[in-house]
Design a protein around this ligand. Structure first.
Ligand SMILES: NC(=O)c1ccc[n+]([C@@H]2O[C@H](COP(=O)([O-])OP(=O)(O)OC[C@H]3O[C@@H](n4cnc5c(N)ncnc54)[C@H](O)[C@@H]3O)[C@@H](O)[C@H]2O)c1
Length: 441
């Protein structure tokens, strides 16, 4: 007698035996390490990405992102555990689809979920009974239930009965040497109990700590809460930096002093503004969703206002520094040190440095930048900036009127640099304690 397994039991069995075929949609900073970890844990994984260059890179045994080693990709591709494609037809026969696609903002700072919609439209073509779809892209609460499920049900199957859907936020922190996709605790919230159970089982196959929550909405909101918490605290400490400067107090020493309290306080540091793909964007997803209910998120809006003003504040402080030395910003030669959005990553998109350079150029400064990770400023993101790349050589130091530290890369030798530039403005507290004459934010 043949026994028919329910779709959920069938998938459970495939996940246990690691015979489930997994498709990861989006081979970026989130999707690539995820695909590698799943393949390393024994699953057969296909990465799908319309960007043919990335597909080519992966299939050539190389990693398209900084935090994943080429050799890890190479071994998995050689063992035929990992492959990549831009051809959606290759997704036929897969059991699990994990969406790691971009969720940017449009020009009015409103959520752009069109990448999720397009990826879901690809998935629905290949979704079978017993399939599991997980959304990892950061988004507003309700996206999984209200946007993703209706698209997936267009194929005639019913979510939570025939197939399963969950949201599991990615918390990866590019450039973080201690925490990565493999050891960051994972939240999972399904559109129903079966979905939560199956998605939890999937992640437990390669992660030690998986925390199921009661719904996809809770998981979506938890991710937004984490990053909004950061954005607001950074906004507050940036405001504190401005106040401290006005009062003649060193904000860096103040933060360190407060951080000696062993409970009820965690340090955040000021800087030239916020950057990256998460902290400047995610709070707007929450603000937009709240606005739809007629609610104004005042903390989020205020933090955005303060953080967005920091590049302009940095430029005004540079002007004041030059003024103290009888110089104008117009015509001055400014050397920008570091342009990526945080130290030791290779990404200058969404970096406050782009805004600072744009402002400097708008005021007539001549700008060059030095960054070990960036040869050219991105032209398709944020404000236009024309500065050209330079290296830290005698010619560059001789050219410089004033240098400004925007990113504290670990490879910069601050003692050497500060001794060789005529004026230095440090927005990252990088030169503290090296006995230089630089000016701190
Ligand atoms: N980068 C981070 O630090 C980080 C951390 C946590 C969460 N997130 C979130 O994860 C999501 C992905 O971010 P990322 O940094 O990996 O972005 P990314 O830009 O590095 O990668 C996204 C990839 O998706 C591909 N893509 C676009 N449309 C597609 C489609 N229809 N189907 C399949 N692939 C498609 C793009 O070509 C790109 O390679 C975003 O929602 C982001 O907010 C990012």
């Amino acid at each position: 007698m043949t026994t028919f397994l329910s779709p959920a039991t069938e998938l459970q069995d495939k996940l246990t035996r690691r015979t489930a075929k997994i498709a990861v949609l989006g081979l970026g900073y989130v999707g690539t390490p995820l695909a590698v970890h799943l393949a390393q844990s024994g699953f057969s994984v296909t990465g799908f990405d319309p960007h043919e260059g990335k597909v080519h890179t992966v299939n050539g045994g190389r990693s398209p992102v900084q935090d994943v080693l080429d050799e890890d990709v190479y071994q998995l591709v050689e063992a035929e555990r990992l492959g990549a494609t831009s051809d959606a037809r290759q997704l036929a026969g897969h059991d699990v689809f994990i969406l790691c696609v971009p969720t940017p903002l449009d020009e009015c700072k409103q959520p752009d979920v069109s990448y999720i919609e397009r990826a879901a439209a690809v998935v629905v073509e290949h979704l079978r009974p017993g399939g599991l779809v997980v959304l990892e892209s950061t988004t507003y609460p309700g996206t999984t239930d209200e946007l993703l499920v209706p698209i997936l049900e267009r194929g005639g199957l019913i979510a939570e009965v025939d197939f399963f859907v969950a949201f599991s936020p990615e918390r990866v922190d590019p450039g973080n040497a201690r925490f990565n996709t493999g050891n960051i605790p994972k939240l999972v919230g399904g559109v129903g109990a079966n979905s939560t159970l199956l998605a939890t089982q999937l992640y437990r196959s390669f992660l030690a700590q998986v925390f199921p929550v009661s719904s996809a909405r809770v998981a979506e909101m938890a991710k937004l809460h984490e990053n909004t918490f950061r954005a607001i605290n950074i906004g507050y400490v940036n405001e504190l930096a401005v106040v401290c400067h006005t009062l003649g107090i060193d904000v860096w020493e103040v933060v360190d002093a407060a951080a000696t309290k062993p409970f009820g306080f965690m340090p955040f540091y000021p800087g030239p503004g916020i950057g990256g793909h998460c902290i400047p964007l995610d709070p707007h997803y929450l603000a937009w969703r709240a606005r739809k209910e007629g609610f104004v998120t005042r903390f989020i809006n205020l933090a955005d206002e303060v953080n967005s003003a920091m590049p302009g504040y940095v430029v005004s402080r540079l002007m004041a520094l030059l003024n103290d030395h009888k110089r104008a910003l117009r015509g001055s030669r400014v050397l920008v040190l570091g342009v990526t959005y945080k130290p030791d990553v290779d990404d200058a998109r969404e970096s406050p440095a782009m805004h600072v350079i744009h402002e400097l150029e708008r005021h007539g400064a001549e700008v060059r930048f030095v960054d070990p990770f960036v040869r050219e400023l991105p032209q398709d993101h944020g404000p236009r900036a024309h500065a050209t790349a330079a290296t830290l050589c005698d010619e560059t130091f001789a050219w410089t009127d004033v240098a400004v530290i925007l990113t504290n890369h670990s490879s910069f030798d601050w003692a050497d640099i500060s001794a060789r530039v005529p004026l230095l403005f440090d927005t990252r507290g990088a030169t503290r304690g090296i006995g230089n004459d630089g000016t701190l934010l």
